[in-house]
Write a protein that binds this ligand. Structure first.
Ligand SMILES: [Zn+2]
Length: 398
């Protein structure tokens, strides 16, 4: 472990102590000493440094056991803010959150990803700057920026990698571009990964192992295992859309060129085409959701069948990853129980008993906000990590 430049030796490990306060619960010096097995004098030095940095704030007093009541401290979630951006094919959501992930301000606008990185990134940066001003915050208050894009990303560099629906974005240095406008790290990820993280932090932290599947125009998955996103070697883990469905008709050609891909049989365009062939006037995922809501029998059947196809691929994922919860999100999840019923039918039948013992298969609860909640959580995890806190404390006490 190397201490950040400028951090006095007595303060090395301050970031580790801070991790005990990440949950936002107020604690006394004595409680921190017990939890960390560190001497009271060490705790005092580090708590003072965290107080001076602004990351920690006193919050009332604990019950006294006689004498002066001890002060309690907690994460000061207002110390800095996080900028969270969720880019879709045709919309952008920009939000500002505090350090606990609570969204303080948010705006969604129509925005065509195909306009290219210069126009789109300038646009969302402008909106971010406006939101900060509305909240009375400034650019130096930004701890970091998290952004989700609708395509594959090499997470380590933040560069989109041959994204199919993002012309002009391949290999663009997104962190460098947004870094010109804001302080702190700029972290980029695939939108489905961030939806998975958003769902995890808002509803399923006690479960630890979550698989989120987005079913809309395409199909993709985000995997949270032991509380962390599983991205794979280059960031393409979870690309379920192009797994071949057993028994898929041989004439179903996917946009990727392969035959019988999950996306080509169970995503929005495929279901809509099936329904049109049966005489229903259905366009896109929203049209399918509307037809299901209207009680069209053919739509209910087609969505349930898509759920079964999805379930056949997810059964393999369940055997491989043993998640505690599968969350179905994306536009088609609004078709409600029909999609879930098809998924459940096949997953419980085809997965190993031990893997399905405690498995829950549910609809998204974060919904369309999962992306920004995940983007915010990704940044908070990075900027409140032990070494990042050490560096911040060093910069504030220098
Ligand atoms: Zn394919």
């Amino acid at each position: 472990m190397t201490a950040p430049v400028g951090l006095p030796p007595a303060l090395v490990g301050t970031g580790d102590l801070f991790q005990l306060l990440r949950d936002g619960r107020p604690r006394t010096r004595g409680e921190l000493s017990t939890l960390s097995s560190l001497a009271r004098s060490t705790i005092t030095t580090r708590v003072d440094a965290l107080l001076a940095s602004g990351l920690l704030a006193p919050v009332g007093e604990a019950a006294s056991t006689g004498g002066r009541p001890p002060t309690r401290f907690a994460l000061n979630r207002h110390d800095r803010v996080v900028l969270a951006i969720d880019l879709g094919a045709s919309h952008a959501t920009v939000a500002v959150s505090d350090l606990s992930g609570e969204v303080l301000g948010e705006r969604t606008v129509a925005c065509d990803i195909a306009d290219g990185p210069e126009i789109v990134l300038d646009r969302v940066a402008d909106i971010g700057t406006e939101l900060l001003a509305d909240l009375g915050r400034t650019v130096p208050d930004v701890a970091g920026v998290g952004i989700g894009v609708p395509g594959p990303v090499e997470h380590a560099t933040g560069r989109p990698a041959n994204p199919p629906i993002m012309p002009g974005w391949h290999d663009v240095d997104v962190p460098e571009r947004l870094g010109r406008r804001f302080s702190g790290p700029v972290l980029v990820d695939n939108d489905v990964n961030l939806m998975a993280l958003g769902e995890y932090v808002t509803s399923w932290q006690s479960s630890r192992h979550l698989l989120l599947v987005k079913v809309a125009t395409g199909i993709g998955a985000g995997i949270v295992t032991d509380g962390r996103l599983l991205r794979g070697a280059l960031g393409s883990a979870g690309d379920l859309g192009h797994v071949q469905v057993a028994g898929a008709p041989a004439d179903v050609v996917c946009r990727c060129g392969n035959i019988g891909c999950l996306e080509a049989v169970a995503a929005g365009p495929a279901i809509a085409a099936t329904l049109r062939a049966k005489g229903l006037d259905v366009e896109g995922s929203q049209g399918i959701v509307d037809a299901v809501a209207a009680g069209e029998i053919a739509a209910l059947q087609a969505v349930r069948e898509a759920g079964r196809d999805l379930g056949s691929v997810l059964a393999t994922c369940v055997n491989l990853l043993n998640p505690s919860v599968i969350v179905i999100g994306g536009k088609l999840s609004e078709a409600g129980e029909y999609l879930l019923a098809g998924v459940r039918e096949v997953v419980y039948q085809r997965s190993l008993p031990l893997a399905t013992n405690d498995l829950r298969i549910v609809s998204t609860s974060a919904g369309s906000r999962g992306g920004i909640l995940g983007a915010s959580a990704m940044v908070i995890d990075a900027v409140l990590a032990p070494r990042a806190v050490d560096a911040y404390v060093a910069s504030r006490t220098a």
